[in-house]
Design a protein around this ligand. Structure first.
Ligand code: HEM
Length: 292
């Protein structure tokens, strides 16, 4: 299933003209498969709700979306297609991949985990979870996320961009119609922009205003320009909340027999880049019981 989703994601990006290499048929075929899968998930959730009757409790995002769809006061009606679109975005899990990479890096460096937990204890305390409006006060967590985007951009190559007119970028003439491939992976590891570029070192971002939304060409996790990721706000919110709460609420331990040196940072390439070897860790709760 995961591989199928990766293929779906790559094919979705293929809607750009520069990638028009016979993908249209593949996109149509995938749409059919995906639609069948989405209908199955929605019907399955509706059946459970029917069976549970008055005892029904929403268990996941699909349950919540289906409940919202019935709200007559919604300004914009949530149709079945809207629900499919929303959980497709979630299913592609760009944010989860970023968190996955971050866990791979952090588990190798307990001192960073320690420092992050100290920040969380100081700012949040032990009696609640981290919320969206806490993030302005969590610079170290923010630095960890930026460092993760630098070393592990989701799109190693941005989906191809296409010059719609003649232009000049940094002294280079680019003719109208040129396909431009931008290697964000090597940009993030360029020694002219970053000292010790291969090291995972969140401290490099502390006390500095380093933009990640497209205006700083040394770090482009969401791309840049008109085709910049439109989901960046949601993506960032999900990454921040997920990572901060995993750090705040759990101690992370490698499964028995696994050593830090065994954690593999090899990449599995596609238009999005995932860890080649999934990591298994044990999460031990550390906050008071009533919070879980
Ligand atoms: C951490 C999370 C995310 C990262 C790192 C990320 C990264 C990217 C990148 C690098 C691109 C290509 C931009 C370019 O070519 O200049 C892109 C495009 C896109 N992203 Fe995201 N993304 C994330 C989350 C999301 C979310 C949550 C959504 C949807 C809700 C989303 C929807 C899209 C779409 C539709 C495009 C294609 C835009 C186009 O072709 O014009 N992304 N994303």
């Amino acid at each position: 299933m995961a591989k199928q989703f990766l293929r779906i994601h790559d094919t979705s990006f293929a809607s750009r003209p520069a990638l028009d290499i016979g993908y249209v048929k593949k996109m149509k075929d995938l749409y059919k498969k995906l639609d069948k899968f989405h209908n199955y998930v929605i019907d399955d959730h509706l059946d459970r709700r029917k069976a549970d009757k008055d005892h029904f409790v929403p268990k996941d995002v699909v349950d919540v979306l289906l409940q919202l769809a019935e709200d007559p006061n919604l300004e914009v009606k949530l149709t079945r297609d809207c629900i499919k679109g929303l959980f497709q975005s979630v299913a592609q899990t760009p944010s989860a991949t970023t968190v996955e990479w971050t866990i791979h890096e952090l588990i190798k460096q307990p001192r960073i985990i320690q420092k992050a937990k100290e920040e969380l204890d100081r700012v949040i305390g032990r009696n609640r979870w981290v919320e969206e409006n806490d993030f302005s006060q969590l610079p170290y967590i923010e630095a960890i996320i930026k460092e993760s985007f630098r070393l592990h951009p989701l799109a190693t190559f941005l989906a191809p961009h296409y010059a719609i007119e003649d232009c000049n970028v940094a002294g280079y003439d680019i003719s109208k119609g040129t396909t431009i491939l931008i290697n964000t992976w090597s940009i993030g590891r360029d020694p002219n922009s970053w000292s010790e570029p291969e090291k995972f070192l969140p401290e490099r971002f502390l006390g500095k205003e380093i933009d990640i939304l497209g205006s700083n060409f040394a770090l482009l996790p969401f791309g840049s320009g008109r085709r910049r990721c439109p989901g960046y706000k949601l993506g960032l919110k999900v990454v921040r909340t997920m990572l901060a709460n995993l750090l705040h609420g759990f101690d992370w331990k490698l499964v028995e027999g696994m050593r830090v040196e065994d954690v593999c940072l090899e990449e599995e390439y596609g238009l999005t880049t995932h860890p080649k070897v999934p990591l298994q860790i044990i999460m031990e709760p550390t906050l008071p019981n009533h919070l879980y």
